[in-house]
Design a protein around this ligand. Sequence first.
Ligand code: TXA
Ligand code: MG
Length: 324
Amino acid sequence: MVAMSNIVKVDKWDPDARVMQKAASILKGGGLVAFPTETVYGLGANGLSPDAVKKIFLAKGRPSDNPLILHLAKAGDASLFAEVDDRASRIMAAFWPGPLTVVLRARPNVPAEVTAGLPTVALRVPDHPVALALIGAAGRPIAAPSANRSGRPSPTDAEAVAADLGNKVDLVLDAGHVDIGLESTVIDLTGRKAVLLRPGGTAIERLDAFLKEPLELPDDDSKKRSPGTRHKHYSPTVPVYEWSMGKRLDDSIDPARSGFIGVSPPPAEFARVISFESEEGYARGIFAGFRQLEAEGLSIVAEWPEPPGIGLALRDRIRRASLS
Ligand code: TXA
Ligand code: MG
């Protein structure tokens, strides 16, 4: 783990106003601040400054064709940066603040560095007092991807941010481990039907019920428009294998040199077992678990969960972590 002097602890429910002012002035000056959200930690920059946003791509090693989410303090600000129709505003009223990102047609004031040159922009109001205080103090939207090096598991605590980004970030606001542990659900609202671009912290069953019709699953065309949903991602440096309850462990896996992570009893004697009582717990702990097993030099056997609720997002992250 990298020692860092620029991590500051903040009380999730009562963030110190002076610390938040300092963080806001770093953002206004074009610097980078990592901050907690309810999903994962974000790597934030002034979302209206092309130069500040470019630093995010450099720090993460992120391909420049992958657009960023603009984080807002309140739903009422969305129409400043995007064309918000009636369906979009009803969705925002129902699901924000929360782990849902909506893609809408962008207004011309949104820098091309944020949208990767697309005509659309992704917006979200996070459900975390520190994130909301930071956006409020900065007085502008914060562009932020997850605060990991590109392709790595997302950071669910400040230590993971420090390990991945070290001194590439000016300040890390540390409010402890996040609640949800997987990124927001991303939906595209630019067409007649809402399209799921990335499963995440908001269950698609809730969105389907609200919209009174099922979300469209992404076709190749919308995948092209959301480059972050295409590739191998979320990956530790050790191999990740999927295992489903009731299945035999693949013969090519040596449990003595592997760690198991999941909710069910492990199917063999593993060198390490990280187990959770619920799928919510599994989601919250999976990325830190990946990082722990990686640090121990063990291959990873991850339980393949059932799809309802957070299970669909867990499946997506495990599948993409296991791609080679
Ligand atoms: O929970 C989250 O969403 C976290 C926290 C920090 O808010 N952020 C996050 O950001 O996961 P990132 O950059 O790791 O993922 C953003 C996803 C990517 O898959 C990206 O391709 C997609 O959103 N995206 C962003 N703008 C888009 C756009 N205009 N059209 C389609 N997809 C877009
Ligand atoms: Mg990410």
